[in-house]
Design a protein around this ligand. Structure first.
Ligand code: PHE
Length: 357
């Protein structure tokens, strides 16, 4: 029995893989294994012999079994160690910055505008890009045959044959979000509404999809003076200059009365735009006091509330701030352009941390 023990312990110690171990198990303690056969012989022994041999054989069988499982575990540990060594990875290596994506200038500028207006107490509101004809036009005091509808080069959605309802449109401006915000929140209200707008137009300064941000402030005591201050604060913060001069030019929009287009003083010396100095004026937005008909359409009593609204082209102010010459490049998805004009993804614009670093 000692020979048997020494033989198997040695073989188990020397085994270097799982299947050799399994063969050894079958040979020793399997159904027809050497030790199992010996145990069968117990039946032919005298009770005295059996009393001695039984426990010995059982002990041997236990010893072989635990040697087998200890070895099996050791082999598994070694295999795991081996695999871990092979799959070693230095997680402290720096990232590959060349592969990092960038934030598109439109997204960046939208974030900048949002940060500035958030600081003045404006929340962000949104509306659908496929808009009802009523929200995009009628509710904004642009009735059925108003020339403004034709001027806007509207994209109309398809209606099933025989469906007499006016077709939905791709919103031509963010102004319908004024109506939706009034419907949703009532007054007083202070929101900006950035988003995509659509007009059938395409050349160096027009793309069929572009971006606007709408502003709306309603309360019981809001005047043009509040509009002027708000826009001045915005322009100073956005262009990161201490002084700007704004010019309010009388204009006309169906949804505001009075209406004003706003220009900022700038110079183009040496082809380089400087805001706040020089003899040129640059138009950046349309604005005015919200027309009573628009307030009524939004469910607000114009005898109690009034306020201002403005609409600004995001693409346009992005081009001005970051010296981007061609509007169409915004939407070409040219990787070289995106890498050049894009912004680091973790530099979120804030007023305290800096808008554009
Ligand atoms: N919706 C106008 C446009 O797209 C801009 C505007 C908005 C003007 C709000 C006045 C008030 O040109």
């Amino acid at each position: 029995m000692d020979d048997l023990r020494d033989k198997y312990i040695k073989l188990i110690t020397e085994a270097d893989d799982e299947s050799t171990l399994e063969d050894l198990r079958v040979q020793a303690v399997g159904k027809k294994g050497e030790i199992s056969l010996k145990m069968r012989e117990l039946g032919k022994m005298t009770p005295d012999e059996r009393q001695v041999m039984g426990p010995k054989l059982n002990a041997l069988k236990d010893e072989i079994n635990s040697a087998l499982s200890a070895k099996r575990e050791a082999l598994a540990d070694a295999a795991l160690d081996e695999r871990l060594r092979g799959e070693w990875l230095d997680v402290t290596l720096p990232g590959r910055t060349r592969r990092a994506g960038t934030i598109h200038p439109i997204s960046q500028v939208t974030e900048e505008v949002t940060a500035i207006f958030a600081d003045m107490g404006f929340a962000v509101a949104e509306g659908p890009q496929v808009e009802s004809d009523w929200h995009n036009f009628d509710a904004l005091n642009i009735p059925g045959h108003h020339p403004a509808r034709a001027e806007m080069d509207t994209f109309y959605m398809h209606r099933a044959e025989g469906d007499e309802r006016p077709p939905h449109v791709l919103r031509t401006h963010t102004s319908p979000v004024q109506i939706r915000s009034m419907e949703l929140q009532g007054a007083p209200i202070r929101v900006i509404c950035p988003g995509r707008v659509y007009r059938a137009d395409y050349d160096q300064t027009h793309t069929p999809m572009f971006h606007q941000v709408e502003g709306l402030a309603l309360d019981t005591d809001i005047s043009m003076a509040n509009l002027k201050w708000t826009l001045e604060e915005f322009v100073k913060a956005f262009f990161e200059v201490d002084d700007v001069e704004l010019r309010f030019r009388a204009s006309h929009f169906p949804f505001t009365e009075p209406s004003a287009e706003v220009d900022i003083r700038c110079s183009w010396e040496g082809g380089q735009l400087k805001v706040g100095e020089g003899d040129d004026w640059l138009e950046i937005l349309g604005s005015g006091m919200v027309h009573p008909n628009v307030l009524r359409a939004g469910g607000i009593n114009p005898e109690v509330y009034q306020g201002f609204a403005f609409g600004m082209g995001i693409d346009r102010i992005a081009m001005l701030k970051y010296g981007i010459p061609d509007l169409r490049a915004f939407f070409d998805s040219d990787l070289r352009w995106l890498r050049h004009y894009g912004f680091a993804s973790l530099d979120v614009p804030t007023l305290h941390g800096g808008l554009s670093r």
